[in-house]
Write a protein that binds this ligand. Structure first.
Ligand code: ADP
Ligand code: ASP
Ligand code: MG
Length: 402
C-alpha cells in the first residue's frame, strides 16, 4: 500500500462536472488499496472574485488579517463539495481545513510560511481508511488566526503534506498536461518536457511560469519530494520534477514572463559611498523585494539607481523612499508600472557563450526595446514594456527553442 498525495487546482474543480471527474480520479486511486490525501484549491476564479469583493469594501485593501480570513473561505467551499461528490460515489471521506490538517504557519498574512505540520489528525483519518481532502493555501498562526500562503499556494500545501507524511507520490493535477518550454496556452510550438530538474523548475516558476508555485518547488527540492505535473482532464503521463534528469543538459529549457513587475528610478543621488546601502536598507526594512538593480555611472557628482520590484509592492516601495528623501537628497523618483520581465532558463547555458546575444537579437528583430538586463548561471532576464511581453516570449522561444 502506498500513500499518494494529489493536488487539484481551481480550474480542475471549477464546476460540478469537474468535481465529479476529480472525485473519480481519487476513488480510482483509493480502489487500488492506496491511502489518498488530496489538496484542493478554490473553484475557478473564486480567489480573484473574493479579492474583488474586498476592494469593493475598501479600495486600499482591508487589513491583511481580514483578507486572509476572506480568502480561506474559497478553499473551504471546494473541500466540502469534493468530499460530498466522493460520498456520493460511495467512499469514506473527510474534508479538513488547513488548521485541522495541522498546518501551522508564521504570522505573515498573505504570504505565510509553513512552520510545521502536526500530522496527528491526518494519520488518524488514514487509519480509519478515510480519503482526506485538505484545503490548500491556508494554515493557522500562533495567535489562532487563519493565514494564507500566497497566490498559487495550494501547490506548497501539497508538497508540504507529501514531505511531512513521507508520501510515495505527489501529483499536481492541473488544466495542462505537464510543464512546457513556455506557456502552452500562449506560445505556439511550446514543447512538453518529460522531466525537469528542481533547479530549472524553480527558476521557471520564480520567473513567472505559474504552472507550479515557486515555493512548492523550493520545498520539493529541500525534502526531495518528486513531483508529477499532469492533466486532470486527459489521463496521460505528465512531467516529472526531480533532482537529476536523464536527458543531457539542454541549452534552453524554457521561456517565462512575469507581468507583476514595476520599475522605480531614483534620479540625482549623491555619487558618494553609502548611498546604495541607505537606499536598499530602507527598502529592506519596509520588506520590499528588490530584483534587478542598475546603477548609472556617476557624472557631475550625481548618479541614478533603478530597480524592479513586484508591482504589488510598488506603492509601498515609493512610500518608503519618500520617507528618506531628506536624508538621501535625491532629485526625483520615477516609477513605471507597465513593465514585464521576460526570461530564459537552462542549466546548459553557463557553458555556451552567445545565448544572451541570440536572445537580444530575437527581441531586436521583434522591434522591442530592452530596458534592463540581468543574468545568472542558468537564466537571463530582460525588462521590457508590458504590452510587448507575449510578442517577446514568442520571438525568443522561436529563436532559441524552435
Ligand atoms: P491550477 O489552477 O491548476 O493551479 P494554474 O493556472 O495555477 O493552475 O497553472 C496552470 C497554468 O499555467 C496553465 O493553464 C498554463 O497556462 C500556465 N503556464 C504558464 N507557463 C507554463 C509552462 N511553462 N508550462 C505549462 N503551463 C504553464
Ligand atoms: N486559490 C489560491 C489562489 O488562487 C491558491 C491556489 O490556487 O493555489 O491563489
Ligand atoms: Mg496554481
Amino acid at each position: 500500500m502506498s500513500l499518494i498525495v494529489k493536488k487539484f487546482g481551481g480550474s480542475s474543480v471549477a464546476d460540478a462536472e469537474r468535481v465529479f471527474r476529480v472525485a473519480s480520479i481519487i476513488t480510482e486511486e483509493y480502489k487500488k488499496g492506496n491511502d489518498v490525501i488530496v489538496v484542493v484549491s478554490a473553484q475557478g476564479d473564486t480567489t480573484d472574485d473574493l479579492l474583488e469583493k474586498a476592494y469593493e469594501i475598501n479600495p486600499d485593501g482591508g487589513s491583511k488579517r481580514e483578507i486572509d480570513m476572506l480568502l480561506t473561505a474559497g478553499e473551504q467551499i471546494s473541500i466540502a463539495l469534493l468530499a460530498m461528490a466522493i460520498e456520493k460515489l460511495g467512499y469514506p471521506v473527510i474534508s479538513l481545513l488547513g488548521w485541522q490538517a495541522g498546518f501551522q504557519t508564521d504570522a505573515n498574512y498573505g504570504i505565510a510560511r509553513i512552520r510545521d505540520i502536526n500530522a496527528e489528525r491526518m494519520r488518524a483519518e488514514l487509519a480509519k481508511r478515510n480519503i482526506i481532502i485538505v484545503a490548500g493555501f491556508q494554515g493557522i498562526n500562533k495567535y489562532d488566526d487563519l493565514t494564507t500562503l500566497g497566490r498559487g499556494g495550494s501547490d506548497t500545501s501539497a508538497v508540504a503534506i507529501a514531505a511531512a507524511m513521507k508520501a510515495d507520490r505527489c501529483q499536481i493535477y492541473t488544466d495542462v498536461d505537464g510543464v512546457y518550454s513556455a506557456d502552452p496556452r500562449k506560445v505556439t510550438g511550446a514543447k512538453k518536457m518529460d522531466e525537469i530538474t528542481y533547479d530549472e523548475m524553480l527558476e521557471l516558476a520564480s520567473l513567472g511560469a505559474q504552472v507550479l508555485n515557486n515555493r512548492s518547488v523550493e520545498m520539493a527540492k529541500k525534502y526531495n519530494v518528486e513531483l508529477e505535473v499532469l492533466s486532470s482532464i486527459e489521463p496521460k503521463p505528465g512531467t516529472i520534477v526531480k533532482e537529476n534528469v536523464k536527458m543531457e543538459k539542454t541549452l534552453i529549457r524554457g521561456v517565462a514572463k512575469d507581468c507583476n513587475v514595476a520599475r522605480i528610478s531614483i534620479i540625482g543621488l549623491n555619487d558618494t559611498p553609502g548611498v546604495a546601502f541607505k537606499l536598499f536598507n530602507q527598502l529592506a526594512q519596509a520588506k520590499i523585494n528588490v530584483d534587478i538593480i542598475l546603477q548609472s555611472v556617476g557624472r557631475d557628482g550625481t548618479k541614478d539607481i533603478t530597480f524592479t520590484t513586484p508591482l504589488t509592492q510598488s506603492k509601498d516601495a515609493m512610500a518608503a523612499l519618500e520617507r528618506i528623501k531628506d536624508t538621501l537628497q535625491f532629485k526625483e523618483i520615477i516609477s513605471d508600472n507597465d513593465c514585464a520581465k521576460v526570461s530564459i532558463v537552462g542549466a546548459g547555458m553557463e557553458s555556451h557563450p552567445g545565448v544572451a546575444a541570440k536572445m537580444f537579437e530575437a527581441i531586436y528583430d521583434a522591434g522591442i526595446n530592452i530596458q534592463m538586463i540581468s543574468t545568472s548561471e542558468i537564466k537571463i532576464s530582460v525588462l521590457i514594456d508590458a504590452k510587448y511581453a507575449d510578442k517577446a516570449v514568442q520571438a525568443v522561444h522561436d529563436k532559441l527553442i524552435g
